[in-house]
Design a protein around this ligand. Structure first.
Ligand code: FAD
Ligand code: FES
Length: 261
């Protein structure tokens, strides 16, 4: 992990609510892993004071690039959205523990919603490079918010998109799709990010079918590096309730450890 200045290469609108930012930061790309994040200083001024956590969306090692895909939500992300090509972005990272893949796995199922889509995209790239097949069920409010589907397909995933506007994103429908994919594709592991309801549902299936799973958690963060304890959440680790920091002990956790969200 490093504190560094990256150079903004591009920062473009990809939908009415999301921007895609690419950063030149060759000194750090080799360390970056799917599921990790950077804590970004969104402005040179006093406000917003706290950095904002942002998952790594894409790692282009050859070009020394790190990409973020982000929803413009409040003060911090509005400042990020105002950055231009050539600006310097103060970045702290990569932080946290990323996803892990077992060598004996042949196929994974990814279920992601909303900003969780950004977190999952590099996992598909990582799995494909290890010869693991990936299936992704992506859910969002609108078709315009299903932004990483094309990139995920490019990386090798078979992708299904569901949206609230098409009324096919409710949890029961997603559950049926998950069960179909598990049965037809012999899924070895489940991965999720971006929705409490989908995480609860997937944890149930994971326990019932004895398929291991991992979840990338989101929590409000202060330091991002394990010092302030503002991101602590309870987890069930081997039957014992333990308080863990999402930033440093996560953000990726075993699905079975997550308490009902
Ligand atoms: C590990 C991690 C990875 C993330 N990756 C992405 C990503 O790839 N793309 C993306 O669009 N968003 C991502 N988020 C969510 C993103 O950090 C928040 O949307 C952002 O911090 C909101 O800041 P804001 O100032 O614009 O909004 P505000 O609502 O003004 O933020 C106010 C405060 O709440 C905190 N906050 C608000 N929402 C969240 C949230 N969901 N999670 C954590 N803190 C929050 C902010 O840090 C800030 O301190 C991630 C969050 C975490 C924890
Ligand atoms: S954000 Fe400070 S300990 Fe996690």
């Amino acid at each position: 992990m490093k504190l560094l200045q990256g150079t903004v290469l591009s920062n473009t609108w990809v939908s009415p609510r999301y921007k895609h930012m690419s950063i030149h930061a060759p000194e750090i790309v080799e360390e970056c892993k799917a599921g990790q994040f950077f804590h970004l200083k969104c402005s040179d001024s006093f406000s917003p004071l706290l950095r904002r956590p942002m998952s790594i969306y894409k790692i282009v090692k050859k070009e020394g690039e790190i990409h973020f895909l982000y929803l413009i939500k409040g003060e911090g992300t509005k400042c990020l959205a105002n950055m231009h090509q050539g600006d310097q972005l103060n970045m702290f990272g990569p932080l946290g523990n990323g996803f892990t893949l077992q060598t004996e796995w042949h196929s994974l199922l990814i279920v992601a919603r909303g900003v969780g889509l950004a977190t999952m995209a590099p996992l598909i790239d990582m799995a494909t490079k290890q010869g693991i097949a990936t299936y992704a069920i992506l859910s969002a409010r609108t078709k315009g918010d299903i932004l990483s589907a094309d990139y995920m397909k490019e990386c090798g995933a078979e992708v299904v998109s569901l949206t609230d506007e098409d009324r096919d994103s409710d949890v029961e429908h997603v559950r049926k799709m998950v069960e179909n994919v598990i049965d037809s594709k012999s899924i070895d592991a489940l991965f999720t990010c971006g929705s409490k309801r989908l995480t609860n549902m997937l944890k149930g299936i994971s326990l019932q079918r004895k398929i291991p799973g991992q979840v990338a958690m989101e929590e409000n963060m202060g330091c991002g590096s394990g010092m302030c304890f503002c991101c602590v959440k309870p987890f069930n680790r081997g039957g014992e309730i333990v308080n863990l920091r999402v930033c440093s002990e996560g953000p990726v956790f075993q699905l079975e450890e997550v308490m009902e969200l």
